[in-house]
Write a protein that binds this ligand. Structure first.
Ligand code: ZN
Ligand code: ZN
Length: 157
């Protein structure tokens, strides 16, 4: 008996021989191929970890902009950009940005299926500098540490 490579259901007679439906074809291929080269390069191996809230406290995923449908979808692999937020009843502050590859039909920010693979987006040098300046201004790091870290960023190390 031929079964769908994505969901394992029996293939209907008019199928392509691999997947039972258009959705299973899209998500089955994503599962197999993962992120494209470009998305791999702009991210690190770190996953988003568990996304959960308990009594209103925890983490949630949101789109990068206030336009809720702006996910910067990749034309090659279908990944989208989402921010992991610390939330207390509602999202309070963003923790990190991820490229997120949904492995089932993406239902938007209310999606609770959480079937996905995620990779953390690398910080660009300008953003790293901004964080460093903020740390120095709040005296979290000394002048020497600031200079050393700034050199590392400017020389790309
Ligand atoms: Zn299927
Ligand atoms: Zn991609």
């Amino acid at each position: 008996m031929a079964i769908c490579q994505n969901c394992g259901k029996r293939l209907p007679p008019d199928s392509d021989g691999e997947y039972c439906s258009k959705d299973c074809s899209i998500f089955g291929k994503r599962r197999k191929n993962g992120f494209c080269k470009k998305c791999m390069e702009e991210t690190t191996d770190e996953s988003a970890g568990r996304i959960y809230t308990l009594n209103g406290i925890g983490t949630t995923l949101r789109s990068a902009s206030s336009e809720l449908d702006d996910y910067d979808e990749c034309p090659n692999c279908g990944s989208i950009v989402l921010l992991k937020w610390f939330s207390f009843v509602k999202p309070i502050f963003p923790i990190d940005r991820y490229r997120y590859l949904p492995l089932s039909r993406w239902k938007g920010i209310t999606d609770r299926s959480k079937e996905f693979i995620a990779r953390r987006i690398k910080l660009n040098p300008l953003r790293k500098l901004e964080i460093l300046v903020a740390m120095k201004e709040s005296n979290e790091i000394s002048e020497e540490e600031f200079k050393a870290e700034k050199n590392k960023i400017l020389t790309g190390n």
